[in-house]
Design a protein around this ligand. Structure first.
Ligand SMILES: [Zn+2]
Length: 266
């Protein structure tokens, strides 16, 4: 099977100021799954919302507080994966800011977050969108003043994301991409700010590429299944070209998600 086109920018990414109200502090946790590291986003013009504090790394948390001039009003999570959430408790202890997330297990000292909520911050307003699929608790955040959508791991700045089966669900993920596409189009969104990797211009085109990629992969999995391959390992070998050992588990999870989707009549 042939590999699918690479989506997103191949440029290295170091974070930094994206607009007067949006700054990325890049966490020092690069890996094949986290790309350049986790993007911690500061939103507003002070005090700031912090989206995804990232790993519980003292240097990184100090860098977040310094970038915010010590003024953090709320800590928000796009989802509960550790590379996004692990530092939340320490940042809460350092700043007193509440931690807000869809999953109640991650909420600390404040209210949860739900789709449709509007989070106010000086200089900006952020609308909460439900985008389950990568995990069941994934949220995206639309910063209306900057026509920017923070996508967490739903859309990455480079390559594609894993559907973390069984919590992640491919049917949910495809619906979330369609919802995100519709929202981006209606809101004339100008950029996607991912949880890993560089900022993406032209959100609708990027999301269309994601949808095309998912459907092409599904066709490959269906073809592998029809040719008698039944185990996730056999399907990964047939579908994913040269998948490195250190990310094979991710290909297996996405394959299980795709098989579950096909078996459910998707
Ligand atoms: Zn994740």
């Amino acid at each position: 099977m042939s590999g699918l086109p690479v989506i997103g920018s191949s440029e290295p990414w170091a974070g930094g100021v994206v607009s007067p109200r949006l700054t990325c502090v890049l966490a020092p946790n690069p890996s094949p799954m986290t790309l350049d590291g986790t993007n911690t986003w500061l939103v507003g013009d002070g005090p700031y919302l912090v989206v995804d504090p990232g790993p519980d790394d003292a240097g990184h948390l100090d860098a977040i507080v310094a970038a915010a001039g010590g003024r953090v009003s709320q800590i928000l999570l796009t989802h509960g994966h550790r590379d996004h959430s692990e530092g939340a408790r320490s940042l809460h202890d350092m700043t007193g800011a509440p931690v807000r997330a869809l999953d109640p297990d991650h909420v600390l000292g404040g209210e949860g977050l739900a789709a449709g909520a509007v989070v106010a911050v000086s200089g900006a307003e952020m609308r909460v969108l439900a985008t389950p699929g990568h995990t069941s608790d994934c949220l995206s955040f639309h910063v209306t003043e900057d026509a920017a959508i923070l996508t967490g791991d739903t859309v990455l700045g480079r390559g594609t994301t894993v559907v973390a089966w069984p919590d992640g669900d491919l049917g949910d993920y495809l619906r979330s991409l369609q919802d995100l596409r519709g929202h981006a189009e209606r809101a004339a969104a100008a950029m996607l700010l991912p949880g890993h990797g560089p900022v993406l211009d032209d959100p609708v085109t990027v999301i269309d590429s994601y949808l095309a990629h998912r459907h092409a992969r599904l066709d490959q999995v269906r073809a592998a299944w029809d040719s008698g391959r039944r185990t996730p390992d056999q399907i990964v070998d047939a579908v994913y070209e040269d998948v490195p050992d250190n990310v094979r588990w991710a290909a297996l999870l996405s394959t299980r998600a795709q098989v579950a989707y096909l078996e459910s009549g998707g």
